[in-house]
Design a protein around this ligand. Structure first.
Ligand code: ASN
Ligand code: ZN
Ligand code: CA
Length: 336
């Protein structure tokens, strides 16, 4: 017997106890989310191939520890599920390609592999187990980030170099943050950082700071709070800084804020204050700009124009939101 939409109970490392969509198949349950396009979660078993679908005799999954191989799978399945639901509820989108068909995810890729990636060819997500195989890369912001590379690939197709590369990365950080807030999971308190739970550098610090990107300084480079003529020469994970900062300012506004108990200080380029329009509206502006106006070669000036067009469509050219979009770009040194 093969019943359709099932809810299993899992315990993830980062998300705690959650419901995940599963499928009953004969004597076992499979980690296949039939209610969301058939997303399957696989165990690569520390190799580089897909491996086998996760199964369970009793529809309970993982125990929150990394010694249990299903724990990372629970977080990955939950991340895919929250990303699917976020796209649906915020944007009316039916999966990454808007065709109702899910991607799939594989966990336990490689050995001590401290990264995760989206692959357009398999239309799939891959997660490593992190440093010492102790911190799988399966937190919500990373899941949302990586799957949103899939969204960019089927929409604007932003080229992964120069300024468009930074906008590609920023799109993933922006939507990954949106997924984290959407899930509002009590164990993974929503924030404006990327990668605060996975510790891939072993420093205990986040990978990226949307409110203050230049705090991300590693041995390979430094991110930017504001656009400069040198932005295009940076790695996309650093040239994303001004766009991430734009999104934070458009959402929350400038100055000091406490959000979910976390303090942020977000300096603007020329000190001019920016009033936020709220994250949900900022997400709508970015999504519309990405899916309707940006192209493979969009640069920062083009992103400003694209988001202003999106704000005009959504709220009108004399709206406060339109003005806020212009002000938030000025605050990261992207002017008319
Ligand atoms: N985790 C990285 C990213 O999505 C993977 C990569 O750079 N290919 O940006
Ligand atoms: Zn990325
Ligand atoms: Ca985060």
């Amino acid at each position: 017997t093969f019943d359709m939409v099932h809810a299993g109970v899992g315990v993830g490392k980062y998300n705690g106890r959650v419901e995940i969509g599963t499928t009953h198949n004969g004597r076992t349950f499979e980690m296949t989310d039939t209610g969301r396009g058939g997303h399957g979660t696989y165990d690569s078993n520390n190799t580089s191939v897909r491996g086998a679908l996760m199964t369970s005799p009793d529809d309970t999954w993982g125990d929150g520890t990394v010694t249990n191989r299903q724990t990372a799978a629970v977080d990955a399945a939950y991340g895919a599920q929250q990303t699917w639901d976020f796209y649906r509820d915020h944007f009316g989108r039916n999966g990454i390609a808007n065709d109702g068909v899910a991607a799939y995810s594989r966990v336990h890729h490689g050995d001590g592999y401290a990264n995760a990636f989206w692959d357009d060819y398999c239309f799939c997500m891959t997660y490593g187990d992190g440093i010492g195989n102790a911190k799988p890369l399966t937190s919500l912001d990373i899941a949302g980030h990586e799957m949103s590379h899939g969204l960019t690939s089927v929409t604007a197709k932003l080229k992964y170099s120069g300024e468009s590369g930074g906008l590609n990365e920023a799109t993933s950080d922006i939507l990954g943050t949106g997924v984290e807030f959407y899930a509002n999971n009590p164990q993974d308190v929503p924030d404006y950082f990327i990668g605060e739970l996975i510790d891939v550098r072993g420093t205990g610090k986040p990978l990226r700071y949307l409110a203050h990107p230049s705090k991300d300084a590693s041995d390979v480079g430094t991110s930017q709070d504001h656009w400069t003529s040198g932005t295009r020469k940076l790695d996309p994970h650093f040239s994303s800084g001004p766009a991430n900062h734009f999104f934070y300012l458009l959402s929350e506004g400038s100055g000091r804020k406490t959000i979910n108990g976390i303090d942020y200080d977000s300096p603007t380029f020329d000190g001019t204050p920016v009033a936020g329009i709220g994250q949900r509206e900022a997400l709508r502006v970015w999504y519309r700009a990405l899916t309707l106006y940006m192209t493979s070669t969009t640069d920062y000036a083009g992103a400003r124009a694209a988001t202003l067009s999106a704000a005009t469509d959504l709220y009108g050219a004399s709206s406060q939101a339109y003005e806020a979009v212009g002000n938030a770009w000025a605050a990261v040194n992207v002017g008319a």
